[in-house]
Design a protein around this ligand. Structure first.
Ligand SMILES: C=C(O[C@@H]1C=C(C(=O)O)C=C[C@H]1O)C(=O)O
Length: 373
């Protein structure tokens, strides 16, 4: 009989005794795991040396979390269980080496929420004012990894992030998806009837456009640098009796002590944003990976067709195609392509080689584990 089938006592004191004893075992086991992680750090240092050592291994973490979900028998749900292990690994990694994570700030943004979801809570947070600053912070080595938004299911691509990859040597090391819920927030010092302006990031205003048209058609919408900044401004205005509302998420609402005038106001209930983790490392295959490419193509008939044809012929599944105008007049377009597989998989290698023959430039932005959580 497996442990999970051991009879559960049925009185409160006995149940609590059982829980105390289980907690004590879990705690010892977590510390035993942590000691192994410390040892892993020693082995990595001995094998790779001070300069080259890579403590964070996204492919290994993805495998651990997938295995947790596969073997889970409940009653806790797979995701719930994986979240617990996400934090256990985060604590273990912090023992090996605390990770400094740069993200599109300020404190309270959805990007920070995504960073915590991906790395767990045991990180050093480094909020940055702009997407290119996140890249620079990682390029300079001041942060170990960066987190930036890349696409939203309602509003499409975040151009600034894609454009920043043109001149950056950073690699994509991971992806994370967050369901985005927006709320209309106001300082508790002012009245909703007096609202004169609604502040938010332009993407958030766009994600709530129909709701705003319906309920607040005559109030001026103001785009600011982030929705957390909008929340901060709403709180500041409230202190001097001015009624400025903000559209932002839960974290910003709590951080700036605002109240929710209306909750979940996004036009689409499945509103989701995808974020990328950027770093300097090449991530080995995890068994379930994606690859992102940047391709400069000549502006000539059939250019895109010839690129896509290679995917079809090798049976590689493309998951996204974005087009951006090239900044250099010589080339017509830049394509961003995501596909299923790791760049070292034979069929992916074959596609990439053919693309190199057909395009002016092919840059592998990175292969990384498909988001687990
Ligand atoms: C322990 C390791 O180092 C880190 C911590 C991990 C963990 O706690 O399971 C997994 C991968 C690494 O990010 C390892 O590489 O195995």
């Amino acid at each position: 009989m497996s442990n999970s089938k051991i009879a559960v006592p049925d009185t409160l004191p006995l149940l609590r005794d059982r829980i105390d004893s289980i907690d004590s075992q879990i705690q010892s086991l977590i510390n035993e795991r942590a000691r192994c992680a410390e040892k892993v750090a020693e082995v990595k240092l001995a094998e790779q040396g001070d300069e080259a050592v890579v403590f964070y291994r996204p492919e290994r973490e993805a495998q651990v979390l997938r295995r947790v979900m596969e073997r889970n028998e409940g009653p806790l749900g797979n995701e719930e269980m994986a979240k617990i292990f996400r934090q256990v690994m985060s604590s273990c990694l912090a023992l090996e080496k605390p990770m400094r994570i740069a993200f599109l700030g300020p404190e309270g943004t959805f990007t920070q929420q995504a960073a915590l979801k991906h790395f767990g809570k045991s990180i050093i947070s480094a909020p940055m004012a702009a997407i290119d600053e996140v890249f620079r912070e990682v390029e300079s080595g001041a942060a170990n990894y960066g987190v930036v938004p890349v696409e939203n299911s309602t509003e499409g691509v975040v151009n600034h992030t894609l454009d920043t990859f043109r001149d950056s040597q950073l690699k994509i090391c991971g992806e994370v998806e967050e369901r985005i819920h927006h709320h209309l927030l106001l300082s508790p010092n002012v009245n909703a009837d007096d609202v004169t302006h609604i502040y938010s990031h332009q993407q958030s205003l766009a994600q709530c456009r129909a709701w705003l048209d319906r309920y607040w058609p005559h109030v001026e919408r103001v785009a600011v640098s982030s929705n957390a900044e909008a929340a901060r401004l709403a709180a500041e205005a409230g202190r001097s009796g001015r009624a400025i509302a903000a559209i932002a998420g839960e974290v910003a609402c709590e951080l700036y002590d605002l109240v929710k005038v209306s909750a979940n106001i996004e036009d689409r209930p499945d509103n989701t944003t995808r974020f990328l983790i950027v770093g300097t490392q090449d991530v080995p295959a995890s068994g379930k990976d994606k690859t992102s490419l940047l391709i400069s193509a000549k502006n000539e008939p059939g250019a895109l067709y010839r690129l896509l044809e290679a995917f079809e012929r090798h049976g590689v599944d493309m998951t996204r195609l974005e087009t951006r105008p090239s900044l250099m007049s010589r080339w017509g377009y830049i394509f961003y392509i995501d596909f299923v597989g790791h760049y070292q998989d034979p069929e992916c290698q074959a596609v990439i080689e053919e693309l190199r023959d057909r395009a002016a430039e092919v840059k592998v932005l990175g292969s990384y584990p498909v988001a687990v959580l």
